[in-house]
Each structure stands twice: as structure tokens, then as C-alpha cells.
Design a protein around this ligand. Structure first.
Ligand code: ADP
Ligand code: MG
Length: 402
């Protein structure tokens, strides 16, 4: 078949951009409690007092970034009512910064023109901090709020989260009152912060819990109104997207992606209605895509371990002990002439696969004297692992032929 003509006819979407991840809705639904907590935490700023530092946390897709943008926009616009305020905001996503040093360099560069940016290496960190203080002191602002989104990527290297909140107390910054808003997708990040940082950063902590199915339904409904043509959504489509996503993650991002993909499939098939079956198919495709990406990046030994468990599972021998997996692994590794690594290494591989959600374990007790042990099984559907492994690394895919 040759090429088809590109046309603008679209039986499904009026505006699909509304469903994309980078779309910026003007309203956060189902988050009234969190929004009012957030606004309350920022009240000192509007009162011209020193800001509180705020730590916002919750898993990905629960509205943290969106809430922050909306709340700060509101603050920036309401400050116009008060002559003695001049609030500025610096917004930094720290996703690609793995240290406090990189974050401080990125912050400095937020204040600089393209031609004057500093490189990400080469200065002492005290120099970088000094540049930062100079830039802040040069501002003609009463308040500076520094938003550090996805700050968990700096791990244990949390110096910047000590320095910034203390900038006024240390007299590094004089006339501008500095407040920090740290946002984390990772729950363990807060617990691992050093005591001195916890003290200064976490004046106010705001938790964004996962959404339940009802909340997701309302979020999707609001978005769907502007995205889809009237009447193309089957009554069950949004509830099903919401139920799946609530069950798996509670993430609005995931729910939106699912709904978008379902619509996209209906369009590809020249269908005029987005029914339930498209949601199921979309879910499969998304899951496969994710698993595929993850599996391709796994080391060979992990793939062989997973293959061994897959075999045991298809023979009805799961849940099984770790020793069963290791035994099978030895056979499998031998088949593809791979090095055979130790039981200990495979143990580590199993733990890693479990953390990634490919394998699950169940603790069992062998009576009073037996001690406890784990039984393992696959945590994702067999055919998904099978497909993904078949398409990965050549050695591992050969196994399916033998
Ligand atoms: P997080 O920062 O917690 O990972 P985001 O704020 O980026 O989450 O939200 C993820 C996606 O879901 C975005 O597309 C956002 O517009 C949407 N979203 C999340 N929560 C809501 C909500 N309560 N109302 C409307 N859209 C939402
Ligand atoms: Mg975010």
C-alpha cells in the first residue's frame, strides 16, 4: 500500500493536545485540601514576612508540579494588590542534576543570559554559591521563591538544601527574603535528608496522595470535554481508564496517557467511538512498551534469570524457591554458552527484578524450627515478558527456539 493523503479530518479528537503531558490545564480538580494547605504555607509571603520553606512530596503524576504552578501564579498576581511586595520566582527542574553543585550552577544560570552561562564544572562550590548570592542581591525583589522540582535526583548530596534556606540567616543575602519549595517524587528522599537540612527545609510539609478511581474520573472528564468530539466516548471508557490507573499507580499522568492512547487507537482503526476494548488494548500496549524498554536495559544475567522463572511459570512450577530458579538458571545459561554466575549474584538479580516489578515474592514459614523463606513468581503477565524477551538480546531470544 502506498502513502495516504494527510488530511485534517479527525473523527475522534477536537484537540488532542489537551491530553498530552505538556498541556497546562488552568484548574486542578480534586485537590482542594492540598491547595489550601499550600496557600496557607505561603501566606507569610503575602504578609511581607519571611517565607516558610516548603517540602512537597508524593509519587509521580499526582499534581505536584501543576499545583505549584497554579499556586505561584495566583500569588504573583495577587501581590499586585500590595505596594510593598515584589515577589519573584525561580523555577528549576532538577531531574538531570545529580548533585547540589549542579543545581547551584543551574540556578546561577537561571539569572544569566545565554552568552554568560557558566559551565557545569570548573568552579569551587563556594564560588558558585557566591555568584548565586550576588545574583539574588542584585534583584530588586522583596521575596525570592526558589522552586526545586524533582529535587530527589540529588540523592544524599543535599548541601544546596541547607545553603539556600539559610541564605538570609547567614547574611549571604540581605534585602531579599528567600524561600525554598522543594518537590520530591521519592518518599525515601525526605527520610534520608541530613538532620540539618530537615530542620531548615521542612518548615511545612505537604503530602500529595495518589488519586483514587473517583478522583481520576473527574480529572479525565474535565480534560476529555475539550479533547474529544461530542459523543465519541463510550460511557465505560473514562471509568475503566480511571479504575486501571487507580489500581496501578493513582497517577493522573498514567490515566491521561491511557485515555489518549485509547482514542488514538480508535482513530487509527477509523472507528467513530472509543469503546472499552480500546482501553484494554491501550493498556496492553503501554505496559508492553514500558516492560520492553526496561527489559532491554537489563544485563544479560538478569534476562536469563527472568527467562528461567518464565519457564518454571509456564510449567506450572511457581511459586518456587530461589534454589529452583538458580537450578534452572544454570541450565539456561549453559544453553546459551553464557558464564554461569554464583547463587549470590542471581540472588541480587532477583532482588533487582523484584524492585523493578517483574517478580514478586511471598514469605513462608516452615513451623517453629524451619525459619522463613520466600517463594517467587512472575509479577507481570507471561505473554508480556515472553514478547519482550523474544525481542531483546539475541542470545536470550535464541532460547525461545531451543
Ligand atoms: P507530578 O508533578 O506530581 O508528577 P503533575 O503535576 O505533572 O504531577 O501532573 C501530571 C499530569 O496530570 C499533568 O498532565 C497534569 O496536568 C495532570 N494532573 C494531575 N493532577 C491533576 C488534577 N488534580 N487536575 C487536573 N489535572 C491534573
Ligand atoms: Mg512533577
Amino acid at each position: 500500500m502506498g502513502l495516504k493523503e494527510f488530511t485534517r479530518d479527525d473523527p475522534i479528537f477536537v484537540n488532542e493536545a489537551v491530553l498530552r503531558d505538556n498541556y497546562r490545564p488552568e484548574e486542578l480538580v480534586e485537590r482542594d485540601a492540598e491547595l489550601s494547605e499550600y496557600q496557607e504555607a505561603l501566606r507569610p509571603v503575602i504578609n511581607a514576612a519571611p517565607p516558610k520553606n516548603i517540602f512537597l512530596y508524593g509519587q509521580t503524576g499526582v499534581g505536584k508540579t501543576l499545583a505549584t504552578r497554579l499556586v505561584l501564579n495566583q500569588l504573583l498576581s495577587d501581590q499586585e494588590n500590595y505596594d510593598d511586595l515584589n515577589i519573584e520566582v525561580v523555577n528549576l527542574n532538577c531531574k538531570s542534576a545529580s548533585s547540589s553543585y549542579q543545581v547551584s550552577v543551574d540556578l546561577v544560570n537561571q539569572f544569566r543570559d545565554t552568552t554568560e552561562k557558566i559551565p557545569s564544572t570548573g568552579y569551587a562550590s563556594s564560588q558558585v554559591y557566591q555568584m548565586l548570592w550576588n545574583h539574588i542581591n542584585d534583584l530588586d525583589a522583596t521575596h525570592l521563591l526558589v522552586v526545586l522540582d524533582e529535587i530527589d535526583s540529588i540523592g544524599n548530596d543535599d548541601d544546596i538544601l541547607y545553603e539556600l534556606p539559610r541564605a538570609n540567616d547567614n547574611e549571604s543575602v540581605d534585602d531579599t527574603l528567600v524561600g525554598v519549595i522543594g518537590i520530591s517524587n521519592d518518599f525515601t528522599f525526605r527520610d534520608n535528608l541530613s538532620a540539618r537540612v530537615k530542620d531548615s527545609l521542612c518548615d511545612e510539609e505537604i503530602h500529595f496522595p495518589p488519586y483514587d478511581a473517583n478522583q481520576l474520573r473527574n480529572i479525565l472528564k474535565q480534560r476529555a470535554t475539550n479533547a474529544f468530539r461530542d459523543g465519541v466516548l463510550d460511557g465505560d471508557t473514562i471509568p475503566l481508564c480511571s479504575a486501571f490507573s487507580a489500581q496501578e499507580s493513582g497517577s493522573a499522568r498514567q490515566a491521561l496517557k491511557l485515555l489518549y492512547k485509547a482514542g488514538d487507537l480508535a482513530r487509527t482503526r477509523d472507528d467513530s467511538e472509543v469503546g472499552e476494548s480500546y482501553v484494554r488494548e491501550a493498556r496492553d500496549l503501554i505496559e508492553k512498551g514500558k516492560v520492553q524498554d526496561e527489559l532491554e536495559s537489563l544485563p544479560t544475567q538478569s534476562q536469563l534469570t527472568l527467562f528461567s522463572l518464565l519457564q518454571l511459570e509456564s510449567e506450572g512450577k511457581t511459586p518456587c524457591k530461589r534454589s529452583d530458579i538458580y537450578e534452572r538458571y544454570q541450565v539456561v545459561a549453559d544453553l546459551v554458552s553464557s558464564d554461569i554466575v554464583s547463587d549470590r549474584t542471581i540472588h541480587d538479580r532477583i532482588s533487582q527484578l523484584r524492585l523493578k516489578g517483574f517478580i514478586q515474592h511471598d514469605e513462608r514459614n516452615d513451623g517453629i524450627h524451619g525459619g522463613s523463606y520466600y517463594l517467587y513468581s512472575l509479577d507481570i503477565r507471561q505473554e508480556i515478558v515472553e514478547n519482550a524477551l523474544q525481542q531483546s538480546n539475541a542470545r536470550v531470544s535464541d532460547l525461545f527456539e531451543s
